[in-house]
Design a protein around this ligand. Sequence first.
Ligand SMILES: NC(=O)c1ccc[n+]([C@@H]2O[C@H](COP(=O)([O-])OP(=O)(O)OC[C@H]3O[C@@H](n4cnc5c(N)ncnc54)[C@H](O)[C@@H]3O)[C@@H](O)[C@H]2O)c1
Length: 402
Amino acid sequence: MTFTLGFVGAGQFSGHFARLFKAHPGIDRVLATDLRPERAAALVERENLDGTLPNFETMLESDVDAVAIFTQRWTHGPLVVAALRAGKHVYSAVPMAITREEIAAIIEAVRETGLTYMMGETSYYNPATVYARTKLAEGAFGRLFYAEGDYVHDMDLGFYKAYEYSGGQQWRSTASYPPMMYPTHALGGVLGAWPSHAVSVSCIGMRDHLEDGVFDREVSMWDNDISNATALFELADGGAVRTNEMRRVGYPSHIRESRFRFFGTDASFEQLATTSLWQDKREATDVSDLIRTESTLSLDDPSLAHVAPELRDAFVSGHAAVHDTSALPKELTGLPNGHEGAHHLLVHEFVSAVEERRLPAVNAWVAARFTLPGIVAHQSALRDGQRLPIDDFGDAPQSLPR
Ligand SMILES: NC(=O)c1ccc[n+]([C@@H]2O[C@H](COP(=O)([O-])OP(=O)(O)OC[C@H]3O[C@@H](n4cnc5c(N)ncnc54)[C@H](O)[C@@H]3O)[C@@H](O)[C@H]2O)c1
């Protein structure tokens, strides 16, 4: 059985996924809409899709079975709820939402409709996370008690142009989006391996001093001047996680933009930009070859035309040795991949979850655990690191609620 998918938002990130969803044998038609209709038309033309729709509301009234939300990061919550309430399965780019209320509303809508919701968290399939997940399942860490996840991406490395494309003339006001409210590439990579959840947080934010008019409270629609933030989370199982969200940092994010470390009582795993080590009490073993992904696409590929050159490396990676690609349909072979091999796996996970009427790995309950702790962390940073409790929406049900 196949189904029809509608893209909401035809900006910089959507193209990579439109091509993959269109090629997946589980999808029969792919449509697109954008507040700027010329972008939807261009996406349809470039990726050979099946047509445009005038707006989101028309898409919800149409016969599409599912929607893929690729709108700006602060807009997802209400769009997701409206789509679920209109009877559509939903694939959503990160983050899940920007308030606790929006997250609660998505969970409620999934519970009541029984439809599939998946957050497209790339770090869930980050090779380091996959590796740690496998090692944890084998019991190789002993008791896991501490981990670190960093999303290290300087504004100079493509973000200015990306926000300019995204935010129009007012782009500076949106580019100051608080780093901890985009927490999933750091926290999701840790909790994607370690199945616990955060119960409290203390966060320190760095007030920005660079005078480029971005992290400036006078300009910011978020009233935000924090550009780097460090959070320490207490986990439900007694462990601790430290994450960093850095937008002003001397680090080669084109080599690696998320990095992870896990420490257990028997063994540990540490990732640097170019090297990854597995360590026990006797030795350190270089496991970089298991984690490494090779480029499969030229940086000049037409599908990257709308991506700032400094951001293109994230969109060309193939799979790593640790990835299980055995279930991927052959139609995806050779197509552009990205974010260390995550894109093919994300697309297939969503399509197969809808087909099989099962919860995807990053379902609404898991997505809430990757997202809400960052929202609370930002509040803690605004209160000079005050330790704040984090609500939990519980474990996902065993099967899709009907
Ligand atoms: N590693 C990752 O997972 C990763 C990487 C990049 C981007 N993203 C996410 O992908 C999403 C899209 O990013 P992008 O860089 O493509 O953004 P973008 O600004 O380039 O594109 C967003 C598009 O959505 C359109 N839009 C907004 N509201 C709409 C509505 N109600 N109906 C129809 N169209 C609407 C805008 O006009 C714009 O063209 C963001 O949420 C971002 O967080 C995730």
